[in-house]
Design a protein around this ligand. Structure first.
Ligand code: PLP
Ligand SMILES: N[C@@H](CCOP(=O)(O)O)C(=O)O
Length: 466
């Protein structure tokens, strides 16, 4: 399998290099040159497989040139054995044909564990083979950071630098990152927002001279293709559990960086019958505004009760734009260069095609709280604020009530106690046993200005062999 850049100028790469490269040298994102396609018969034959084996079936075509089958199976077995539920991604029913898929049963309680537990193992495997070192540089609005640290901290050949927006992640999220001790783990609180952190990461990938040529950067954000690849699997899992592929499914996806829903779009292209994909955003609703009116325009970022989705520059949207533009990298490059300067639109027929692929909704804090409260009162089930946005959008956008609607449950409610109490509930979501002493653990992080040179200088000084 070869991977090509969405901006059309970087060299095509194989899986190993894509894994290590993160962002393409032309500033684009890597996507597979072509996708595997599975027949209904083949997908049906996967019913009842354990999650790790299903993951093997779905993902192996993407990695087969780089990793022998037995090695990949072993990695997947280890990856999904650390989840706390036997089903790995269990489904919870809210109402007739309405479900939440709990993607927060991994070690750091968010959907990021599905990909980052695997990414750590993939990096270890490839770096050990190559006897190579990398510096991981990642941006987080709260969940990617802890999942990346947990997934990669035991890798021998990495140093990890995670940038989070200072005072803009929940206390649980911050502590999940800053209390992990290790000489190769560095948390940086940037006096800015998530978009600033992500911009610094992308700029640093574009010019890595600050590392003095002694090592290279690797990505843990969903700019790394391996992240998206691992997130495709649970769409198959949910569908198979509810009668797919012999019936169609609808999914509602709490959306920020557009990685998770892009994985759903790929699952559909790979043959999974999906009749509806709902983009569910908070008030940082650039994607909903684009879907509603064909205007892609950045507004001032708002701080909401769903901080992990406080994102305006949605990285993976570029991967969709690439497809919408017939995989014309030059057109995507031109569009995104113009989008950095002001509002842009795309040709009407392309936009209409996007609207056939996705529905969308934006949910404000009050409605998020109302949804958390309503579902708790009716179902005695506690939603985190991101999942609540997904459930609300699912209800608002649903096209066919006979089709199962599955909202991706992206985080555990215990990560966001403020949103739960804001919704008027007195119930206190409990952290699981392995995190019971989180508030007693010692924290370690460095606060830096919103300045890329300062951040790069810090990394250059602190990585192991600097
Ligand atoms: C809890 C939670 N829900 C939803 C999202 C949005 O996912 P994506 O960025 O893949 O759109 C994020 C952040 O990525 C998240 O941390
Ligand atoms: N919500 C994310 C933001 C980063 O998204 P990613 O999927 O590109 O890593 C977070 O919690 O950090």
């Amino acid at each position: 399998m070869r991977y090509i850049s969405t901006r059309g100028e970087a060299p095509a790469l194989g899986f190993e290099d894509v894994l290590l490269t993160g962002l393409a040298t032309d500033g684009g994102l890597y996507v597979p040159e072509s996708l595997p396609h599975f027949s209904v018969e083949e997908i049906r034959s996967w019913r009842g497989l354990p999650y790790a084996e299903l993951a093997y079936k779905v993902m192996y075509p993407f990695v087969e040139d780089a990793i022998p089958a037995d090695d990949f199976r072993k990695m997947l077995g280890e990856t999904y054995s650390v989840f706390s539920h036997q089903a790995v991604a269990p489904l919870v029913q809210l109402d007739t044909n309405e479900w939440v898929m709990e993607l927060f049963r991994g070690p750091t309680l968010a959907f990021k564990d599905f990909a980052l537990q695997l990414l750590g193992r993939l990096l270890d495997y490839v770096l050990e083979k190559r006897k190579q070192h990398v510096v991981i540089m990642g941006a987080t609005s709260g969940d990617t950071g802890s999942a990346a640290i947990e997934g990669c901290r035991r890798c021998e050949h990495v140093d990890i630098f995670i940038l989070h927006p200072y005072q803009r992640v929940s206390e649980v999220q911050r502590r999940q990152m800053t209390t992990v001790q290790g000489d190769n783990i560095h948390n940086i609180a940037v006096k800015g927002n998530f978009d600033d952190c992500q911009r610094m990461v992308k700029e640093s990938f574009g010019n890595q001279s600050f590392l003095g040529g002694k090592t290279q950067l690797a990505a843990v954000n969903s700019i790394n293709w391996a992240r998206i690849m691992a997130q495709i699997v649970y769409y198959f899992q949910a569908s198979l559990a509810l009668g797919g592929p012999d019936r169609s499914m609808a999914f509602s996806v709490p959306t920020g960086n557009f990685g998770d829903i892009f994985a759903g779009y790929l699952a559909k292209k790979m043959g999974l019958p999906i009749s509806q994909l709902v983009i569910a955003t908070n008030r940082n609703d650039i994607l909903h505004r684009f879907m509603s009116g064909n205007k892609y325009e950045q507004h001032q970022l708002e701080h909401t009760l769903s901080p992990s989705m406080d994102i305006m520059v949605s990285s993976n949207f570029e991967r969709l734009l690439f497809d919408l533009h017939g995989r014309d990298g030059a057109a995507v490059k031109d569009l995104l260069e113009r989008a950095a300067k002001g509002p842009v639109s795309i040709e009407d027929y392309r936009w209409k095609h996007a609207r056939k692929l996705f529905d969308s909704d934006a949910v404000d804090d009050k409605t998020t709280c109302d949804t958390i409260r309503d579902i708790y009162e009716k179902n005695e089930y506690l939603l985190d604020p991101h999942t609540a946005i997904g459930v609300r959008a699912a209800r608002n956008c649903r096209r066919d009530s006979t089709v199962p609607m599955i909202t991706l449950g992206t985080a555990h409610p215990a990560k966001f106690p403020d949103a739960i109490s804001e919704s008027g509930l007195v119930v206190k979501p409990q952290l699981p046993a392995h995190m019971a002493d989180l508030f007693e653990r010692e924290e370690r992080y460095t606060v830096l200005d919103n300045n890329v040179s300062e951040v790069q200088g810090f990394i250059a000084k602190h990585w192991k062999n600097a």
